[in-house]
Design a protein around this ligand. Structure first.
Ligand SMILES: Cc1cc2nc3c(=O)[nH]c(=O)nc-3n(C[C@H](O)[C@H](O)[C@H](O)COP(=O)(O)OP(=O)(O)OC[C@H]3O[C@@H](n4cnc5c(N)ncnc54)[C@H](O)[C@@H]3O)c2cc1C
Length: 754
């Protein structure tokens, strides 16, 4: 036993930790920054004031992680963010396709504690910043669970705290509220009085069917007058969780210091809504439902935004402006909400899409005045309007991965964040990111490792002569488009099979995208009006007589005609997608947003390709694609796809002289078009059908140096304890998860020094 005599006062135990990088805030941005940095050799302290990681994606708040894929509801194809975020979402799909928020917590915790370079401090809130000159020297934090005060010292800090606690205390310039339209020429800038300047917080609830009647006695603070909510008629017994994102309030208040007040109002609304569902008599189907969970922490959308050397604006997003220092991409709509939230008579959100994804410049990711402070998450340097898009978690995470990698370059070169903006260093950052799985639109460093000097051959390559007519009918109740990757030269002749309820005219349009890299079929190359008789399986041959000057996707569009259907195919293929015209975005007046058709795929098990014959067959899936440095479809599929009839598909890299290889990276197809919502949504598959499940790597003697029997991940990294000396590597793809033709996006080989 220890006895402690009375004392005048005591002070907390204080532990000092030293690191290369202190990351404050363990939301998706902080987590992805910390893991990326740690894997690049940076010693990281990650400080999170709550018991689990994930921020708004954690089981405490329960938002689904989204980014450029936007639930597959926009024109961004194959746009899911890569790198660590992709690994986390793919793992979550594998373990948790039903979307339990608690399981997602465990994955984040597991992946962070697996990194030996990360020291994780949970339940630890940063409260103080110490500076030396203009730089941050240390931050102080307190853990309420172990009663320890921490002093965290590092040459570099990353503020990923959502409200920007570090930047605020360090005196970094920030903004809160909305810029006026004339500051940056942003036509969508809201009218502060009429629409408000800040997005509010939200609290969700989950309900559960108990199988027997359940009563509900509301707390005294529950909202009584449910008709104070203009959209109260939209409440129903089925909606819960993220689908109630519009239970939002607080945008007219100080969303930092008034958070507790906002939380109480949201609790009042949530319990009032549940009381209405249970006790108003309007929802008899809710008799057996109980309230399983109510958020204890509000999800915060917006507070401070910090100023970097560059501020992202509306035009960067809508016009997809190119920046030499692009390091990540976004693609969510510009999504602003009325500040009065649930009490506003206006729609809960106003969302406007660009034609494709946009780039996020590195200069948005560090403070313009505190030289050793990186910015990550929703606080990055963006105007209020641009923040409306950058704020979603996968976009936050992708930019934060760039911060993590930039920190490793700062450490290696002994420089501060601004120095990484210099041309030589920014290209090194872009290359390092791409090597780690990040997708950066418009940046294509090509092969960066030993694979650059290899000859690449394959046992077979798919020559796509068509897609078999073994699938369901594709009704032309809306216009349909088949994306087809074509090489330079004449577009092949095509045959589709049509079912007609009556004699009518089929209008086929060959379209492409106006801007390379986008995927919206917004430019018509040729039109054919084909008379179709009543009948089944009527072949329609199409020769558009069009040539293309460079490889690209064209879209074979069958325009809406309810009397018609096309025969579909069960065949699914890497880099080949079918789209539906969902609607046309038509902005009201000049708000700086384009009128654009929105074409999206249906989710599996729907979303069938059209049955098709192609003459000549497409030869675009060759083995050379695996070393072009792009690991997803962009203007072309960028994949080697084996002939489906190949009994033993394999790809071989051969060098003139033996190479010493210490690391091999294989990049598989986990369908970058799939958004992989992390919670609640539910997914039909645990593993993506295109993904290689079993594979082997062999050296020049035919020895198996690596074997994988149950892969579901995008990237497989083979770190060889002893470097392998070989002049030949063979990669055998033995099985995919979906019986699709095996495909490989990339092979990267690194030498001993890498
Ligand atoms: C209701 C709602 C719906 C949304 N819908 C979506 C959606 O569908 N999909 C999507 O992707 N995004 C959505 N968003 C946006 C998204 O959730 C946020 O913009 C995003 O979470 C910001 O990421 P972040 O990492 O910057 O912040 P956060 O996720 O808030 O993470 C910051 C973390 O830092 C911690 N922290 C704060 N202060 C300290 C401190 N002093 N010391 C230590 N740690 C600290 C916090 O506890 C938190 O865990 C929504 C937001 C809300 C509120």
């Amino acid at each position: 036993m220890r006895k402690h005599a009375p004392k005048a006062e005591r002070s907390l135990r204080t532990d000092r930790l030293d690191a290369d990088l202190v990351v404050v805030g363990g939301g998706m941005a902080g987590v992805c920054c910390a893991i990326t940095a740690a894997r690049a050799g940076v010693r990281v302290v990650l400080v999170q004031d709550r018991p689990v990681l994930g921020g708004n994606a954690s089981s405490e708040v329960r938002l689904w992680v989204l980014g450029a894929t936007a639930h597959m509801g926009n024109n961004n194809r194959w746009a899911r963010e890569g790198g660590v975020l992709d690994e986390l979402l793919v793992e979550n799909l594998w373990r948790n396709p039903e979307g339990s928020p608690v399981i997602f917590d465990t994955i984040l915790l597991e992946r962070v504690v697996a990194e030996t370079n990360v020291t994780l401090l949970l339940n630890t809130a940063v409260q103080e910043v110490r500076k030396q000159g203009d730089r941050i020297a240390s931050v102080a934090a307190f853990c309420s669970q172990n009663s320890i005060r921490y002093e965290l010292h590092a040459p570099l800090f990353c503020d990923a705290s959502g409200d920007g606690i570090v930047g605020y205390l360090a005196g970094a310039p920030f903004r809160m509220g909305a810029e006026k339209a004339d500051e940056f020429g942003e036509k969508f800038a809201p009218d502060p009085a009429e629409y408000g300047e800040l997005l509010g917080h939200s609290i969700y609830f989950y309900s559960k069917d108990t199988g027997k009647p359940v009563t509900f006695v509301p707390p005294s603070y529950a909202l009584k007058d449910i008709e104070a909510i203009p959209r109260f008629r939209q409440f129903n017994a089925q909606s819960h969780g993220c689908r109630l994102w519009w239970i939002e309030w607080g945008g007219r208040l100080d969303t930092v210091h008034d958070t507790e007040k906002i939380k109480w109002e949201l609790w009042k609304v949530v319990y009032g809504v549940w009381n209405y569902i249970k006790n108003s008599g309007r929802f008899p189907e809710a008799a057996n439902l109980t309230l399983e969970w109510v958020g204890l922490i509000p999800g915060k959308r917006e507070s401070r935004r910090f100023e970097g050397p560059y501020m992202l604006i509306q035009q960067d997003i809508i016009e997809q402006r190119r920046h030499a220092d692009v390091v990540a991409h976004g693609g969510w709509s510009i999504d602003l909400h009325p500040s009065d939230g649930i009490y506003s008579p206006k729609p809960g959100c106003s969302q406007w899409h660009s034609r494709g994804v946009y780039g996020i410049p590195y200069r948005c990711l560090y403070s313009r005045s505190v030289p050793n402070l990186f910015l990550a998450g929703r606080i990055i340097s963006a105007s209020h309007v641009a923040f409306g898009s950058t704020r979603v978690m996968a976009t936050c995470a992708a930019a934060a991965q760039a911060v993590g990698m930039a920190a490793s370059l700062c450490r290696r070169d002994g420089v501060l964040p601004a120095a990484i903006s210099e041309p030589g260093r920014i290209s090194r950052l872009q290359t390092a990111l791409i090597e780690s799985g990040q997708h950066i639109p418009g940046v294509q460093p090509g092969p960066t490792g030993l694979e650059a000097s290899a000859r690449v051959t394959a046992s077979s390559s798919l020559k796509l002569a068509g897609l078999p007519a073994d699938g369901p009918l594709i009704l032309l109740t809306s216009s349909f488009a088949q994306m087809i990757p074509v090489p330079t030269g004449p577009v092949p002749k095509m045959t589709v099979y049509v079912h007609a309820d009556r004699a009518t005219t089929l209008r086929m349009e060959l379209r492409e995208t106006e801007r390379p890299g986008n995927h919206v079929p917004d430019r018509t190359l040729a039109v054919r009006e084909v008379p179709v008789p009543y009948g089944q399986n009527v072949p329609v041959r199409l020769d558009f007589g069009v040539s293309v000057a460079s490889p690209r996707y064209v879209c074979l569009c069958a325009m809406k005609n309810p009397a018609l259907a096309l025969h579909g195919s069960e065949m699914r293929l890497t880099g080949v997608l079918a789209l539906r015209h969902r609607y046309t975005q038509q902005p009201p007046g000049d708000i700086g947003v384009d009128t654009v058709e929105i074409w999206c795929p249906d989710r599996r098990p729907g979303g069938h390709n059209v049955a098709l014959e192609l003459d000549p067959a497409l030869d675009v899936f060759g083995p050379e694609n695996v070393i072009n440095g792009i690991a997803r479809p962009t203007v072309m599929p960028n994949a080697w796809v084996a002939d489906p009839a190949d009994p033993k598909p394999s790809l071989t890299l051969t060098w003139d002289t033996p190479q010493d290889i210490s690391r091999i990276v294989l990049e598989f197809d986990t369908d970058f078009d799939h958004p992989m919502e992390s919670v609640q949504y539910g997914h039909p598959e645990r593993a993506i059908p295109f993904c290689v499940k079993r594979c082997r790597v062999l050296d020049e003697q035919g020895r198996v140096i690596w074997e994988q029997s149950d892969n579901h991940q995008t990237r497989n990294v083979l770190a060889l304890a002893t470097p392998l000396r070989t002049a030949k590597l063979t990669i055998e793809l033995l099985e995919t998860h979906g019986k699709t033709a095996p495909a490989l996006f990339g092979v990267r080989c690194f030498g001993v020094a890498a």
